[in-house]
Design a protein around this ligand. Structure first.
Ligand code: IPM
Ligand code: MG
Length: 363
C-alpha cells in the first residue's frame, strides 16, 4: 500500500534527525512491501528565510493532503537568532502552533519510558528508579494559554502584558476521553493534573474529568496539583501511568518526564485529531547548539515514525519492528552523546547517521 507522508525537516538538528527516520521508514517499506511517498513541507525558521512566513497556506494545504506528517524540530537560539527580532506571530514557533490549530491536533501523546539499558543515563538514584517507569503524558494541544488572546499595552506609564487562559467543556471532554481510552489499553490509571486550588480553568477541568471518569469504571483516577506533580515525577516516577493535563502544564511536565528517562533525545510524540491523521515529532527542540555536528540523537524521531505507523497507518508489526530494533541497538551498547552512561566505559559512542544505520541493520 502507498502512504503519503508530509515531511517537515525544520531547523537546527531537525534535518539531520529526520533524514535518519526517513531512512528507517524506507527500510521498513522495502521489507514489508509498502510505498512511502514524501512531500517536503517548509515550516519554522527555514520557512521564514524562504518565504517571510513561518508557515504558509500552501504548507498547511500540503500537510492537510498528507496521510500523516513527520517533523524534526523548529526554531533557533532565542537570544541570538534574527528570527526572534520578528513580531511574535512571525517567529518559528508560531508556525507550529498554527499547524496544530489548523489541523485540530488537540491530543498530544508523549510517552516517557525508561529503557533498561539507559538506567545508567537516568539522573535519578537507583532506589527511586526501582522497577523503572513507563508513562504517557497526554497534553491538550490546541487550547489554554498558548492560544488565548494576548497583548502588551502601555497602561499608566508602563507596559502591561496579558495572556489569557481559556478552556471550554468540549475541549476538556475530548482530551479527557482520549486519556481514559489510552489508559484502558495500558495500566488503567489516570492522573489528571491541574491547579484547581487557584485557577477557574482548572476547576472546570476537574469537573469535566470527573464526568468522563464515570464512564470508565475500570480506570483508577486521581487529581494532582501541577506543582506536586513536578515533584512526584522526580520522587516516584513509577507511580504514573497516564498523566492527563492542559497545554502549558503538559509542555513543562513532558520535558521533565523526558529528562527523567535519561534524555529528551529518546522521547517521541504524536499529535492527533479526530481522524487517522497525525503529526509526529520528537518532544525535544531544535538544539541549535549542536546542529550540524552529526551528534544529535535520532532515536526520538525514529520512534515518532514508529508511532506514525501505529496510530495513523495501523501498521503495528512494522512499528514493533522499529521499537525492538531501537532496543537492540541500545542492548548492543551503542549510544549517542546525550545517553552516555555516567561512567562511559562499557559502551560505544556513535553519531547521528551511524545510529540510524545501526537501527536499520537490526530491523
Ligand atoms: C513543544 C515545544 C513547543 C510547545 C514550542 C516550540 C512552541 O516546546 O512541542 O513542547 O511549547 O508546544
Ligand atoms: Mg516543549
Amino acid at each position: 500500500m502507498a502512504y503519503n507522508i508530509g515531511v517537515i525537516r525544520g531547523d537546527g538538528i531537525g534535518p539531520e534527525i529526520v533524514t535518519e527516520a526517513v531512512k528507517v521508514l524506507d527500510a521498513i517499506g522495502e521489507k514489508y512491501g509498502h510505498e512511502f511517498k514524501y512531500t517536503e513541507i517548509l515550516m519554522g525558521g527555514c520557512s521564514i528565510d524562504a518565504t517571510g512566513e513561518p508557515l504558509t497556506d500552501e504548507a498547511i494545504g500540503a500537510a492537510k493532503s498528507s496521510d500523516a506528517v513527520l517533523m524534526g524540530s523548529i526554531g533557533g537560539n532565542t537570544s541570538t537568532s534574527p528570527w526572534y527580532k520578528l513580531p511574535a506571530d512571525k517567529r518559528p514557533e508560531a508556525g507550529l502552533l498554527k499547524l496544530r490549530k489548523s489541523l485540530n491536533l488537540f491530543a498530544n501523546l508523549r510517552p516517557a519510558y525508561l529503557y533498561e539499558e539507559l538506567k545508567e543515563a537516568c539522573p535519578l538514584r537507583d532506589d527511586i528508579i526501582g522497577e523503572g517507569f513507563d508513562m504517557m503524558i497526554m497534553r491538550e494541544l490546541t487550547g489554554g494559554l498558548y492560544f488565548g488572546e494576548r497583548s502588551t499595552k502601555e497602561e499608566g506609564g508602563q507596559l502591561v502584558a496579558r495572556d489569557s487562559l481559556t478552556y471550554s467543556e468540549t475541549e476538556i471532554r475530548r482530551i479527557a476521553k482520549r486519556g481514559f481510552d489510552i489508559a484502558m489499553k495500558r495500566r488503567k490509571k489516570v492522573t489528571s493534573v491541574d491547579k484547581a486550588n487557584v485557577l477557574d480553568s482548572s476547576r472546570l477541568w476537574r469537573k469535566i474529568v470527573e464526568e468522563v471518569a464515570a464512564d470508565y469504571p475500570e480506570v483508577k483516577y486521581e487529581h494532582m496539583l501541577v506543582d506536586n506533580c513536578a515533584m512526584q515525577l522526580v520522587k516516584d516516577p513509577g507511580q504514573f501511568d497516564v498523566i492527563l493535563t492542559e497545554n502549558m502544564f503538559g509542555d513543562i511536565l513532558s520535558d521533565e518526564a523526558s529528562m527523567v528517562t535519561g534524555s529528551i533525545g529518546m522521547l517521541s510524540s504524536a499529535s492527533l485529531n479526530d481522524t487517522k491523521f497525525g503529526l509526529y515529532e520528537p518532544s525535544g527542540g531544535s538544539a541549535p547548539d549542536i546542529a550540524g555536528q552529526g551528534i544529535a540523537n535520532p532515536i526520538a524521531t525514529i520512534l515518532s515514525a514508529a508511532m506514525m505507523l501505529r496510530y495513523s497507518f495501523d501498521l503495528d508489526a512494522e512499528a514493533d519492528a522499529i521499537e525492538s530494533a531501537v532496543k537492540k541497538v541500545l542492548k548492543d551498547g551503542y549510544r549517542t552523546v546525550d545517553i552516555m552512561p555516567r561512567d562511559g566505559s562499557t559502551v560505544t559512542r556513535v553519531g547521528t547517521v551511524e545510529m540510524g544505520d545501526l537501527i536499520v541493520e537490526r530491523l
